[in-house]
Design a protein around this ligand. Structure first.
Ligand code: ATP
Length: 333
């Protein structure tokens, strides 16, 4: 649905003494049809710039951006305005017009594109129903809670019936409970309408809750990307480690420390107990986390096994054979 190829974006110096900022340094990324794709990264990594390049709010310095088969970088302003109808955007600070009612905010984009009043009203009623705000159509933004404001923002983004929804830190200004309900709503809309969602966030919780795929951006470059469950099974994946922080506990010198990751039915098996019984070893759990990630029960554990890696070769091999992802962190060979 979205293909980004060799995307570069530089900002000119802010003043005579300043330097050119290379915000994006050759981004290649594909977001498949129907995915919820999360881009994560620290402040200044280039997330906003990347997202704003997808609908060309920010014009790339070079590279191509194809959305629903159309290369947006080749379009002039008039054609781009039409193409943007297929791309809704949701903002962190909602960006609602305070002098307009909820319904009028939702209708704003349709008004600009010349949709007749009756059709606009009908469409805003439809999308407000989708986001659960039918009863607040005549309210003003100042009369709404943060979560309700974001629901209006989402309804407005959906008004033009887009194929793609871009979400710029949509839940970063909301409390945890409201964040939860907005993420749930995005997931529901993705399922019901089949809309592809690309979001940027600095919160791993968002990835854990709703993303099917994710990418990590560092210094304007994508350093990791893929299906979230696959990433969890990728050695040394930074996204996997950030999704499942296990603390720093490293065990005793001379012992073997392994990390295991498991998904699906394996998450329900008594892995540690079975290993202890079968091999007669005392397994020490240094850290563990079990979570629901993109609707899969997934777990990560750091285990300390007595003795060197060589003495633990058989139990480690058995874990791998049973379909678990196993990474040996330390131990004597
Ligand atoms: N309009 C601009 N002019 C100059 N430099 C900019 C501009 N917008 C962003 N930058 C710079 O580009 C780099 C990437 O910024 P960007 O806002 O995309 O990062 P981010 O990951 O979204 O960070 P944050 O989460 O803090 O918004 C930063 O060094 C930033 O200072």
């Amino acid at each position: 649905m979205i293909t980004i190829t060799d995307l570069h974006k530089s900002y000119p110096p802010r003043n005579a003494k300043g330097e050119t900022v290379e915000a994006l340094k050759g981004i290649d990324l594909t977001v498949a049809d129907g995915e919820i794709f999360g881009v994560v990264g620290q402040s200044g990594a280039g997330k906003s710039t990347l997202l704003r390049c997808v609908n060309l709010l920010e014009r790339p310095t070079s590279g191509t951006i194809t959305v629903a088969g159309q290369d947006l970088t080749t379009l002039g302003e008039a054609e781009l305005r039409v193409a943007r109808h297929g791309i809704g955007m949701v903002f962190q600070h909602f960006n609602l017009l305070s002098s307009r009612t909820v319904a009028e905010n939702v209708e704003f984009g349709l008004e600009i594109t010349g949709v007749a009043k009756a059709a606009r009203r009908a469409r805003s009623a439809e999308v407000l129903d989708l986001v659960g705000l039918s009863d607040r159509a005549s309210a003003y933004p100042s009369q709404l809670s943060g979560g309700q404001k974001q629901r209006v923002g989402i309804a407005r983004a959906l008004a033009g019936n887009p194929k793609v929804l871009l979400s710029d830190e949509a839940t970063s200004s909301l409390d945890p409970e409201t964040t939860d309900s907005i993420l749930q709503l995005l997931k529901e809309l993705n399922r019901k309408l089949g809309v592809t969602i690309m979001l940027i966030t600095h919160e791993m919780e968002v990835v854990k809750r709703i993303c099917t795929s994710a990418a990590l951006i560092e210094g304007g470059r994508i350093v990791e990307s893929g299906n979230v469950i696959d990433l969890l099974n990728t050695p040394k994946s930074k996204i996997a480690h950030a999704l499942f922080p296990l603390g720093e506990s490293r065990g005793e010198p001379g012992n073997t420390v392994i990390e295991i990751m498991y998904a699906g039915h394996l998450a329900d098996e008594p892995i540690v107990g079975r290993m202890s019984r079968e091999f007669g070893i005392d397994v020490n759990i240094l850290g563990a986390a079990v979570e629901i990630v993109s609707d899969h029960r997934v777990g990560r554990m750091r285990l300390e096994l007595p003795g060197s890696v060589a003495t633990n070769a058989v139990p480690i091999a058995r874990l791998k054979d049973s379909g678990l992802y196993v990474e040996v962190l330390e131990g004597q060979l």
